[in-house]
Design a protein around this ligand. Structure first.
Ligand code: FES
Length: 563
């Protein structure tokens, strides 16, 4: 920003064909807020506030906005909160994923259209941080990400509970007949014990760590619990940092680079993070014209150990991670593998940050590089005749005994078909079969978190805990199992997944990073020739979504929003 550029409310005047009138009118209306002319004539920091009655994870956003405002005011600028779309993961139909791009567009356009010199983005629940980072990257105005922070754990009969890995394990035990209806009702009230995002290294916490790695969030803030006083201090610091950015701008185009995306992938592997983060990172990178190649992803995964022992991969919860040293401790262990010349919103390089003396580290939660939880990274990409454009597999959360599997396909053609037949006592299924779900990808269904197909009740009751499951859907970051996700192209787009029939043979090879449909190519071509895409919605956002959404390797972004 040069000295002659307009600042604050003088930015981006409403177009009446008379700029002086527009400035006069805007100031006149701004005076009706009761804010002093001195503050109204200075720099402005917008605060993207995402409080919503439909988003429990953002329950404390009003407190955070107040603390950010305090920091902005203390640093000499005017804080102006503004609302955007808010996405509460479990309150959206058909799936929150479908609305991530809507929130990203809202965020981008409101940053650009309203007169602010910098913005603090307050988000937390799974899709909100990716949406805010996508929007801010495209708007390219100085931006600081503040996350709401993770929930603290609850207790049930002496056992710690945290949303939502424990939601799934208790539900699986309920389906298997081990936990009765009365107990599951009690557990329901104890899983999500406080405000904040899910208590494990699910998608929200993964994206919080990646926002800090990319440099959008202040160092040390990703994992502070939602209810901690420290979280409010971080909010105040975010407000001050946004004002500091006015003097020394570090715009998002300096934060989202090939190197920072590679650092983010390293961290994703080391924390045993969510598969969803691959889609979101691809979308954020795509806003700058950067593409994540599967070979590079796999090389990074093979070189980067899992260092963090948290659910769903390990045992701990996010509150333990923060107390153990948090992301800073992980970055320090990964130092030899990281690009150290990336910068963050403070203007410091990662190398400068990591040159500071380390704090105490709890080695039960954050392991040293040479004594990791696992020598290889948590996620890999698979390719093969079933997924020519790739699929994602979370090996850290899968059953090693199933890594090299050839099995018979049991196909469900849609989410409705899955719901109707998975627990049918007459379903022809054995533990060595491969469950396949079609038509749950971005075009067909908005790509819901349906890839964690339930184990058929007949098998669950017989003690089967895991099976190979394959789909074009996603999986919650809090889930676990031998689950192949994001198969691309999706079935509805005519990918080979559409051609799978029950009884076909499928081979998963984690060592070869391959997923293959063992059907002769000519037979596959014959089946696909008959494929018809599902009918497209005709109006509104659903029609725009279907027309414009890209496949998972492009982050399911809209084609017209890519960089
Ligand atoms: Fe909001 Fe898990 S439901 S973070």
């Amino acid at each position: 920003m040069s000295d002659t550029d307009p600042i604050g409310l003088d930015r981006g005047l409403t177009n009446y064909g008379d700029p002086d009138f527009a400035r006069y009118l805007r100031r006149s209306f701004a005076r009706s807020t009761g804010i002093s002319p001195e503050l109204l004539s200075g720099p402005v920091v917008g605060i993207a506030a995402t409080h919503s009655g439909f988003n429990n994870c953002h329950r404390l956003v009003p407190d955070l906005v107040e603390a950010v405002s305090r920091g902005v005011l203390a640093a000499g600028a005017l804080p102006l909160p503004f609302p955007t779309v808010s996405l509460g993961e479990v309150f959206l139909n058909p799936t929150s994923m479908m609305f991530r791009n809507l929130m990203a567009m809202d965020t981008e356009e409101m940053i650009r259209a309203q007169p602010m010199d910098a913005v603090v983005l307050v988000g937390g629940c799974d899709k909100t941080v990716p949406a805010q980072l996508m929007g801010a990257t495209s708007a390219n105005r100085p931006a600081v990400q503040l996350v709401t922070g993770p929930m603290s754990t609850g207790r049930h009969r002496g056992t710690r509970l945290g949303a939502c890995t424990d939601c799934r394990s208790y539900w699986a035990r309920h389906r298997a007949g081990e936990v009765d209806a009365a107990e599951i009702a009690i557990v329901e009230g104890r899983l999500a014990a406080t405000a904040g995002t899910c208590a494990v290294m699910g998608t929200a916490s993964t994206m919080a760590c990646l926002a800090e790695t990319l440099g959008f969030a202040l160092p040390g803030t990703a994992a502070i619990p939602a209810v901690a006083a420290e979280r409010l201090v971080a909010a105040e610091a975010a407000g001050r940092a946004a004002v500091a950015l006015l003097k020394t701008p570090v715009t998002p185009d300096r934060l989202v680079t090939v190197k920072s995306i590679e650092n983010a992938l390293r961290v994703l592997m080391a924390i045993g993070g969510s598969t969803n983060a691959i889609v979101h990172l691809a979308a954020i990178a795509g806003r700058r014209g950067i593409r994540i190649g599967w070979d590079r992803l796999n090389a990074i995964s093979d070189e980067t150990p899992v260092l963090v022992d948290l659910k769903p991969v390990g045992e701990g919860y996010m509150e333990d991670f923060h107390a153990a040293g948090g992301l800073g401790a992980v970055l320090r262990e990964l130092r030899p593998l990281l690009h150290l010349d990336t910068v963050d919103v403070t203007g410091r390089t990662l190398g400068e940050r990591l040159a500071e003396p380390p704090e105490w580290i709890d080695r039960r939660i954050i392991r040293p590089f040479d004594d990791p939880v696992s020598r290889e990274g948590g996620l890999i990409a698979l390719t093969g005749s079933l997924a020519p454009d790739g699929a994602i597999f979370k090996r850290a959360a899968a059953t090693p005994a199933l890594f090299e599997t050839e099995g018979r396909a049991v196909v469900f053609t849609s989410l409705d078909d899955l719901a109707a037949r998975i627990d049918d006592p007459d379903l022809d299924v054995t533990p060595s079969d491969v469950l396949v779900l079609q038509n749950a990808g971005p075009h067909a269904a908005g790509m819901p978190e349906a890839g964690y197909l339930p184990i058929p009740k007949t098998l669950a009751r017989a003690g089967v805990k895991d099976m190979v499951r394959i789909s074009d859907a996603r999986m919650s970051g809090t889930a676990f199992g031998t689950v192949v996700l994001h198969v691309s192209p999706e079935a509805a787009a005519g990918g080979p997944l559409a051609a799978v029939r029950s009884g076909d043979r499928i081979r998963l090879s984690v060592s070869a990073k391959a997923i293959d449909l063992l059907v002769p190519p000519d037979e596959l071509a014959r089946r696909l020739a008959d494929h018809r895409p599902p009918p497209a919605p005709e109006r509104g956002y659903a029609a725009l979504y279907r027309r414009s959404v890209l496949q998972a390797p492009e982050g399911c972004d809209f084609d017209f929003l890519r960089g």
